[in-house]
Design a protein around this ligand. Structure first.
Ligand code: C5P
Length: 300
């Protein structure tokens, strides 16, 4: 048996950047700077990108994986930006060989880029031996994108404001999700722009959400009361989202079919793993060009 010393010394390790799913998302207002005020329950799925970290004299980033070719300019990439921002904040030299395995469709509403950024911060704190300063890291995360702080938590969170107010939720029963992404780019700024036009100042009333449900059944019953307010705007940008939602809803034993974030990813919730897998099989046959995956909740 070979034991890698690098692994044991923290000189080489891999972290998962789990997919972010908004179980519901209400828009309750708009700030003066144009950002929308949201209320959402965010969970993380056990499907995601991966980032591996190895000690190296300079900063070296490589991208591989199924969706690697969909990643644009590396300097715009959130892995690169997160590494630079952390180096600047801690006056630390930007070093390390980082390999991003891009398994999630890009710009798809699963927070792939945000989760990659949060995972990069987490990994580099370890690789560089930085102090564990939660507040400082969360503040830095917020400068990289509205969803990045939640992606640092990687557990179910109640999210408010423009994404900066978060509260850890009590642990949830494992969920049987089916994630579906039609291959259409659905840029977040465009969806919010259309939403603002459609809403014309009318927003959802804020809700008081208390995460006290225990069973999957109770969760599903509760989540049915809520929705994703960005759905119509996202369909306007990418009409395939309507087709995806209808296809998910038509799978047997599907309790909820909903859009995540600003799309194009939609998800279904099922009470059993078998029902979720049957839905995956059906959707893959009906829509071979869609990205379709069964997932549970992410666990560290
Ligand atoms: O911060 P992030 O890159 O995720 O946001 C992209 C764009 O989406 C913002 O520039 C803004 O136009 C819109 N947005 C918003 N309200 C939010 C989050 C994003 O209007 N809470």
């Amino acid at each position: 048996m070979t034991i890698s010393l690098a692994n044991m010394s923290g000189g080489h390790f891999t972290l998962t950047a789990p997919a972010k799913i908004n179980l519901f998302l209400h828009v309750t207002g708009r700030r003066d700077d144009g950002y929308h005020l949201l209320q959402s329950v965010v969970v993380f799925a056990d499907a995601g990108d991966k980032v591996s970290f190895t000690r190296h004299d300079s900063l070296f980033i490589d991208i591989e994986g199924y969706f690697a070719s969909h990643v644009g300019d590396l300097r715009e990439n959130l892995v690169y930006r997160a590494a630079q921002a952390l180096a600047q904040e801690y006056k630390h030299e930007a070093t390390g060989k980082l390999v991003l395995e891009k398994n999630l469709p890009v710009a798809s509403g699963m927070g792939g880029g945000s989760s990659d950024a949060a995972t990069t911060l987490k990994g580099l704190v370890k690789l560089w031996g930085l102090p564990d300063e939660r507040d400082r890291l969360y503040k830095l995360a917020a400068t990289l994108g509205a969803d990045v702080p939640a992606c640092l938590v990687r557990r179910p969170v109640w999210m408010e404001g423009a994404g900066e107010k978060m509260m850890r939720m009590p642990d949830m029963p494992d969920m049987h999700l089916v994630l579906v992404t039609p291959p259409v780019a659905t840029p977040t700024p465009e969806v919010f722009k259309r939403f603002a036009k459609r809403a014309a100042g009318r927003y959802s009333a804020p809700i008081q959400f208390i995460g006290r449900r225990k069973t999957m059944h109770e969760w599903i019953a509760d989540l049915k009361l809520y929705r994703n307010d960005l759905t119509d705007a996202a369909i306007e940008v990418s009409p395939d989202i309507r087709t995806a939602l209808a296809a998910i809803a038509a799978t047997p034993n599907c309790h909820i079919a909903r859009l995540s974030g600003s799309g194009a990813t939609c998800f279904g919730i099922y009470e059993s793993a078998a029902a979720a897998q049957a839905a995956v099989n059906k959707l893959r046959i009906e829509h071979p060009r869609w990205w379709v995956k069964a997932a549970g909740l992410f666990k560290e």
